[in-house]
Design a protein around this ligand. Structure first.
Ligand code: ADP
Ligand code: MG
Length: 701
């Protein structure tokens, strides 16, 4: 159970919400649900601060139960109900979308609000989820478990043999020593072989499970909608696909391993019970004491660990930004202020780690004390029993061996298991979330069209980027936009920056979906088209195209695996990049840097244009794709595009009018609509806005 107490001051409220949130995260509450709780909690706390004053006390508790978490909030003071009061913001913002509405009660002068949230799943649900990926290789799991049990059985046998050897030595009995020695050798060797086979089997299981899981996940991640990718950033996906997958794949091996160790310790305890019940009882009690201390240590360390991880995430976050933005940081000369932020985060992460470790050490020391005194007591007990002839020397040896086996390792095992279960559950939930509707996936229709001609039509299309976001006011980027592009036509969209030109492209390629209205290709709603028909018929070249860290040739091949060298060179020539490529150290085999860092902006754009020409699509879209080219090169490309007239539909967005003046139709975009359309000459006559945009650019030249 987690509890915090304080006043309703503004900055403290933020920290309460953070703390509750990290509790919920640790409990495996889904992200959406957490967001809702965060928002309502904030709303409720601020409402109480407003009505009852900022100096009112507040107590928040988070209780974890099986499969659910309960957050309760106590605020003493006059009766105030922010939940059912219809004027309150809480109601408007969350209740109507929220499955479990918070509950308000007033008792003994205290307002109490409680939320119950279902956590994602139990360990057994998670095991079922993980089993999906491990099932195909269950043979290895079974083999591993059998081998492990064999080795466990042999390990229990060993102390009995050791005792016989020691008594053999003290009694100077050679043949007893000889035969027992052989038995011990066989037992140990056999046990080692069994263990090796078992490890091998678990390893294969791990490997294959990981492969299956990673393959499926990487497919799923590519399907996630752009909205969701925008919202979460890349770090989250990378983290989950690397760390969490491995924790899930080890699950069965580790569980089996832990379980058989538990069997081993249980076996040892039973063996002790048979040898001498009284000594067993004493040993058992000492063990329980150790376990209690260890559980306490675990709990304390885990609490601090959670804080540390949060701090560390903040640190990794800023490191990522620093590496990616290194160039810009230098150019805007922001090293100083960046360093300050860094230092603060480094310090708080490392301080919390140090505190966590010091807590660990403290309880570790207490644990050692308990363990060593326990051992001393146990020795004392054996000594007393020997003296009183309650025990033979041989039995005392066996018991002592057993106790030493149990002593420190049993408590370690316990903490291992507890750690692993927590980790495993968290990882499962985070992975399952990736596949679940928390991260919505793109969906496609079923209509397959072979020969798309390249007609594009918008019918009253409206769109907003933040329509699904909670608590953000909706701003429509496009409102009831309509136009029709005929096959083989060359068209251009112009308008002020931010007017929604790229958004139009995003909707045609279905990176985002229209909120209302229809987008049609060849008369078919793009929602009905299957993925191959839709994405296969078009190529979009953006202002800063992404080039992969592969050779130039492979960057081409990725759009057309069966291309010939002639095709490749022809496309490169058309896009005016052939000479540049030939001048590179290895020509077409030169490996590009990540994202094409070792190329100029113009080279990247021309490579991307060449790549798109190679694909031979029915619809070619160039979104400011020539913005970084000089006028001569741009003119060349303009000619290439003119040659495409009639062969494919070309949609252009360019901020230089020279690129688009000879388009068949130019659409002037403003206020989320097409304000005017026609050829350049027509627009110059009809549209004042267009004219002013044009003359403005001409004036700069
Ligand atoms: P442009 O005409 O310059 O290409 P865009 O279509 O890119 O304009 O953007 C139109 C508007 O939508 C802008 O106001 C921009 O801030 C907003 N916008 C663009 N992309 C996103 C996004 N991924 N999320 C939220 N808002 C966006
Ligand atoms: Mg744009």
């Amino acid at each position: 159970m987690f509890r915090l107490q304080g006043k309703l001051h503004n900055d403290e409220v933020d920290s309460y919400i953070q703390q509750v949130d990290s509790q919920l995260e640790a409990a495996g509450v889904l992200q959406d649900e957490r967001l809702r709780i965060r928002l309502s909690l904030e709303e409720i706390l601020l409402e109480y601060a407003r009505v009852l004053g900022k100096d009112s006390d507040v107590k928040i508790t988070v209780r974890k139960k099986f499969g659910r978490v309960r957050v309760s909030l106590d605020v003493p003071g006059e009766m105030t109900d922010p939940v059912n009061d219809t004027d309150s913001l809480v109601l408007i913002k969350t209740l109507h979308r929220w499955s479990g509405a918070p509950d308000w009660r007033y008792k003994d002068g205290v307002n109490r609000i409680s939320f119950t949230v279902l956590t994602f799943s139990t360990t057994s649900d998670n095991l079922k989820f993980a089993w999906k990926y491990a099932r195909k290789n269950k043979g290895y799991l079974i083999l591993g478990v059998i081998m492990q049990l064999i080795s466990v059985g042999l390990m229990i046998l060993a102390p009995l043999l050791s005792a016989r050897i020691i008594t053999g030595i003290t009694e100077n009995a050679f043949s007893q020593l000889f035969y027992t020695g052989i038995a011990l050798l066989a037992t140990n060797l056999f046990s080692a072989v069994a263990l090796a086979v078992c490890n091998w089997a678990y390893n294969v299981l791990y490997n294959r499970t990981l492969t299956a899981l990673e393959t499926e996940l990487s497919e799923d991640v590519l399907k996630i909608t752009n909205e969701s990718l925008d919202e979460h950033g890349t770090g989250l996906f990378i983290q989950r696909m690397t760390t969490d997958t491995s924790s899930l794949a080890t699950a069965f091996g580790t569980f089996a391993d832990n379980l058989s160790q538990v069997c081993q310790y249980a076996g040892i305890l039973v063996a002790m019970l048979f040898v001498n019940p009284l000594v067993f009882l004493a040993g058992f009690i000492l063990l329980v004491l150790q376990i209690l201390v260890e559980t306490k240590r675990q709990r304390e360390v885990k609490k601090q660990d959670r804080i540390f991880r949060n701090q560390n995430e903040r640190y990794t976050g800023i490191i990522g930004e620093m590496v990616r933005g290194a160039k810009d940081i230098k150019l805007i000369h922001a090293e100083g202020s960046f360093r300050e932020r860094m230092t603060e985060r480094i310090r708080s992460a490392n301080d919390s780690r140090m505190y966590r470790d010091s807590q660990g050490r403290k309880y570790g020391l207490i644990g050692s004390f308990v363990r060593e005194s326990g051992l001393f007591l146990f020795i004392l007990l054996l000594g007393t029993f020997l003296q009183k002839n309650f025990l033979s020397v041989a039995s005392a040896l066996v018991l002592f061996n057993y106790y030493s086996l149990l002593d420190s390792s049993a408590t370690k095992l316990l903490s291992q298991i507890m750690d692993f279960v927590t980790d495993f559950n968290l990882s499962c939930e985070r992975l399952h979330e990736l596949m679940s509707p928390v991260f919505p996936k793109e969906s496609f229709g079923t209509v397959s069209k072979k020969d798309i001609r390249g007609e594009v039509r918008f019918e009253n299309v409206s769109f907003s980027y933040n329509i699904r976001k909670l608590g953000v006011s909706t701003r429509f980027v496009l409102s009831r936009m309509s136009f029709e592009i005929r096959p083989g036509e060359i068209v251009a969209f112009v308008g002020r920056s931010g007017c929604g030109k790229t958004t139009v492209i995003n909707l045609i390629s279905k990176l985002y979906e229209a909120f209302s209205g229809r987008v049609l290709i060849d008369g078919t709603d793009i929602r009905d088209l299957d993925q191959d028909s839709l994405r296969g018929c078009m190529t979009v070249v953006t202002q800063s195209p992404y080039l992969f860290q592969m050779s130039v040739r492979d960057n081409f091949r990725i759009v057309k695996p069966d291309m010939t060298d002639e095709e490749m060179v022809a496309a490169a020539k058309q896009a005016c990049i052939a000479e540049d490529i030939e001048r590179m150290p290895d020509g077409y085999d030169t490996i590009l840097g990540e994202g094409g860092v070792n190329l100029s902006g113009g080279q990247k754009q021309r490579l991307a244009i060449a790549r798109s020409l190679l694909k031979d699509s029915r619809i070619l879209i160039l979104d400011e794709a020539t913005s970084a080219l000089d006028n001569v090169t741009q003119d060349e490309i303009r000619r290439v595009i003119q040659n495409l007239r009639g062969k494919c539909t070309v949609i252009m967005i360019a901020h230089r009018f020279s690129t688009i003046v000879d388009a068949d139709t130019i659409y002037y975009v403003g206020d989320g609509k097409i304000l005017a359309q026609g050829t350049h000459r027509e627009l110059m006559q009809q549209s004042e806005d267009y004219r002013s945009l044009y003359t403005m650019e001409a004036g700069f030249r």
